[in-house]
Design a binder for this molecule. Structure first.
Ligand code: 5GP
Length: 177
């Protein structure tokens, strides 16, 4: 599949994204109740979402960035998660909030949650994803927070790429087939 900008249909507008992000942040502010949080942003896809989300979080917060890859230049997952860079500080006793762009098969979420549980005795580990493709799940994992559910379409924009492009779009779009 090739994706051209003129083929893109808007799935979630900038306004819809920003409104939902504020709602998610409100829920998190209530849950953490002022306790310190370490937000772990999964690069590259979650970068826009993480940056906008943390602006609405009101607790003391640190940001970490890790990099994983599973897609390469295709529109279907390779089924294998590569930890390109997963260096993290000591997260023992911390409230860890993992911020991801989309949960598809669930392999990445499962990999990350297992990694956190195996390596740290965190106070809490929560998984937040902007999008949730529940219909394509292959492993039993659910995000604690998600912005929108999407059906089985390949989406781009607002951090999500096709072959490295379209991350800069302010909306989430898809190609109608
Ligand atoms: P999973 O491990 O859950 O199958 O996939 C997670 C990763 O696959 C996401 O972090 C994202 O990078 C990529 N991904 C899954 N679905 C889509 C999609 O519709 N569009 C884009 N651009 N990436 C996707």
């Amino acid at each position: 599949m090739e994706i051209k900008i003129e083929d893109l249909k808007i799935l979630f507008s900038e306004e819809q994204l920003q409104n939902r992000i504020k709602e998610l942040a409100n829920d998190m502010n209530k849950f953490y109740n002022g306790e310190e949080v370490v937000a772990v942003c999964v690069l590259k896809g979650a970068v826009m979402f993480a940056i906008d989300l943390v602006k609405h979080l009101d607790m003391p917060l640190q940001m970490e960035f890790i990099r994983l890859s599973s897609y390469g230049s295709s529109t279907t997952t390779s089924g294998k998660v590569n930890a390109v860079d997963i260096k993290l500080p000591d997260l023992n006793g911390k409230n860890v909030l993992i911020i991801e762009d989309i949960v598809d098969t669930g392999l990445t979420a499962k990999f990350l949650l297992d990694f956190m549980h195996c390596n740290f005795n965190a106070k809490s580990i929560k998984f937040c994803s902007l999008l949730d493709k529940k219909v394509t799940r292959k492993v039993d994992v659910e995000p604690d927070y998600y912005g929108f559910e999407v059906d089985n379409k390949f989406v781009v924009g607002y951090g999500l790429d096709y072959d490295g492009y379209y991350r800069n779009l302010r909306y989430i779009g898809y190609k109608e087939v």
